[in-house]
Design a protein around this ligand. Structure first.
Ligand code: BES
Ligand code: ZN
Length: 640
């Protein structure tokens, strides 16, 4: 398959440029003049089946929000003003809408525009069609989000660290921002944006953009203003509101969190500035000015989310010894892979996550050394093998990097494949051409595609043009199309260092032969080594052997959440009763999808032993979990 039709891409750029030029009757300029309007790709593989928008006819290029956060009603409401580019003869613009309560749609002179919400799809929401007059270049939508908006999680004071104030955060990726922002919610339609956010006095609002003014508090309300001058995919618009404080970490980094968490968070994040420097050396200048982080309450459903200027983080990465901070390297790396060069559609998600996973270990290597990096690569490859097995084997279509999501939710593609098969692909190229050449290539890739959507076809064409350059032997050796478009793992994969965990693997073998747990070893091992040990143990172990492990290593009380998870996973597989209190505590004190989902699913599938536990835990844990987590787990019909 060949898509890389330069002519089609160029045509789309020209079309958009042409309608800008024709915008002369429009006295006032769009609110945003600094950001160039990013092109819309016109190739077939850039067509986003998860958006109703038809951006080649009319597209949003700037969003200005003025919103009030109402904690009592669990709604956000106000105005969204959209600046649009359009073909002159286009009669309507289509936005994405999922449950928004729309009050009115007007043009810049306040004239009503006709609008209509079309048939609703369970995953995608509905098209919001707005009629355009020949001269319409700006539309204003008055609206409210619904109380059940899936992008938003409203926390009661009891669900926060401080227990005194409510909390709100949004999570847009992949297609949830359409539940609170009426725009074209497609990663291929980049938009600059600004926002005025009104919250109850005393609370602080933060967003994925720099502040554009000092906050003002007046009449029981605090008003915050933000402005993103770069064009970004709309899934990167994010907000949080709560009792938040800030602590600087370095000249261009700092951390926001609840006061009770601030010291621990800042200590854990002490290496951030070094990571930014390391990433810049590899991939070119950091173009977003500041890199701040927000450590959220434990219900945040992800490890991290690369919201520009303000990475969102789970508090479960705080281990007290910085042993889980490759998470920061990962979210930081997205400042290049994902936020500069962005998957044009969710079928190309591996371009975001695979490149980021590859870059993560490069940043980790620069700061913590090659041994730590080699171990993290080996852990990644372990999880890739496990995932392929769980998906049903190497011939299953969902093991392809470029995944078919027709009729499905983009979350169906959220497996280890885009992350770890993607990273393995890039390490394979690196091994074939040498690090120096590949580093130079990747730096060039980001330079050539900054602030633009990208597809698998664009990446392969770019590799051929700038790296392979007609070298037939190299082309054959790399098996590019097989890696991207076919199932399973090609035979040329660069393998992880088999010695990366030599000592730990020997300890696993000794234990499997019946030996006592290696307490001295465990005491010395790093978190990654402990994880390898737990993950490599035989999956079926008798109670006495689990008792021995638990007693020797204190696993039920492990404070490191990744270690605790690895242990509980093993415990559930063996119906190990002494771990149940620890399991219940774990599942009712945090809502990270990666931890909660597999444990609850495994429990629910074990009808006699596990299901009653799952039912009990779910009733208590569910209020903490994010809508995107409960949406899937509710299907298990556990009650609660
Ligand atoms: N962008 C992702 C999180 C995401 C992906 C949210 C798809 C919604 C849809 C983020 O960068 C990520 O990959 N997080 C991982 C971090 C880990 C791989 C270090 C996570 O949360 O587990
Ligand atoms: Zn990621």
């Amino acid at each position: 398959m060949k898509f890389g039709s330069g002519a089609a891409i160029l045509a789309a750029v020209l079309m958009v440029a042409a309608c800008r030029v024709s915008d002369q009757d429009n006295a006032a300029q769009p609110a945003n003049e600094t950001a160039a309007i990013a092109p819309i790709l016109a190739t077939p593989d850039a067509n986003d089946i998860h958006s109703f928008a038809r951006p080649l006819e009319a597209r949003v290029h700037h969003v200005a929000l003025d919103l009030t956060v109402d904690f009592d009603a669990k709604r956000i409401g106000g105005t969204a003003i959209l600046d649009i580019d359009r073909k002159p003869d286009t009669k309507e613009i289509i936005l994405d809408d999922k449950g928004l309560e729309i009050q009115s749609v007007t043009d810049r002179s306040g004239e009503q525009l006709a609008w209509k919400v079309g048939a609703r799809d369970a995953n995608l929401g509905a098209p919001l069609a707005i009629a355009l007059r020949p001269d319409t270049r700006r539309i204003a939508i008055r609206y409210k989000s619904a109380p059940g908006a899936e992008a938003l999680q409203w926390l009661t004071p009891e669900q926060t660290a401080g227990k005194k104030h409510p909390y709100l955060f949004s999570q847009g990726q992949a297609i949830l921002n359409r539940t609170w922002i009426p725009t074209q919610d497609s990663p291929g339609i980049r938009q600059s944006w600004e926002a005025t956010i009104r919250v109850p006095a005393g609370l602080t609002a933060v967003m994925s953009a720099p502040r554009s003014a000092e906050p003002i508090t007046q009449g029981g309300e605090s008003v915050f203003k933000f402005r993103m001058d770069n064009s970004v995919p709309p899934y990167l618009i994010a907000m949080a509101v709560g009792d938040l404080e800030f602590e600087p970490l370095g000249p261009r980094s700092g951390v926001w969190t609840e006061p009770a968490m601030l010291k621990a968070a800042a200590a854990e994040l002490a290496d951030t500035e070094k990571m930014i420097d390391a990433a810049e050396k590899l991939y070119g200048p950091y173009l977003w000015k500041r890199y701040d982080m927000l450590v959220l309450p434990p219900s945040f459903p992800f490890g991290g989310m690369e919201n520009p200027n303000l990475t969102f983080l789970t508090p479960t990465f705080i281990a007290g010894d910085k042993s889980l901070v490759s998470l920061i390297a990962h979210e930081l790396a997205h400042s290049w892979s994902g936020n500069l060069a962005t998957n044009a559609t969710w079928s190309n998600f591996w371009l975001n996550e695979g490149m980021t996973t590859y870059a993560t270990t490069r940043i980790v290597e620069a700061i913590y050394g090659p041994k730590v990096a080699a171990q993290q690569i080996a852990l990644g490859v372990d999880s890739l093998s496990d995932e392929i097995e769980e998906l049903g084997g190497a011939s299953v279509p969902d093991t392809r990097l470029h995944i078919d999501l027709k009729g499905r939710d983009p979350d169906d593609g959220l497996t280890e494949i885009p992350y770890e098969k993607g990273a393995a692909f890039l390490r394979t190229i690196e091994a074939a051409v040498g690090r120096e050449r590949f580093d130079a290539y990747l730096k060039g890739w980001f330079e050539r595609h900054m602030f633009q959507p990208v597809t698998s076809a664009i990446f392969l064409a770019d590799l051929r043009q700038h790296l392979i350059r007609g070298d037939k032997a190299l082309e054959r050796k790399l098996m590019l199309d097989r890696w991207v478009y076919q199932a399973g793992i090609p035979p040329n994969m660069a393998m992880p260092d088999p010695q990366a965990f030599a000592e730990v693997d020997a300890a696993v073998a000794a234990f499997a032969r019946g030996g006592a747990p290696d307490s001295a070893g465990w005491g010395r091992w790093t978190t990654d080594e402990r994880l390898r040990f737990l993950n490599k143990l035989p999956r079926k172990l008798p109670k006495a052997r689990l008792d021995a492990l638990n007693q020797a290593f204190g696993l039920n009380d492990a404070r490191n959440m990744e270690v605790r998870y690895a242990w509980l996973d093993l415990a559930v597989a063996n119906r190990y009763d002494p771990a149940v209190p620890s399991l219940e505590q774990f599942l009712t004190s945090q809502g990270r999808r990666k931890f909660v989902r597999p444990l609850i699913k495994a429990l629910a599938a074990d009808t006699s032993w596990g299901r009653p536990i799952a039912a009990r835990v779910y009733v208590r844990g569910r209020p903490l979990y994010h809508p995107m987590v409960t949406r899937e787990l509710d299907e298990l019909k556990l009650g609660g």
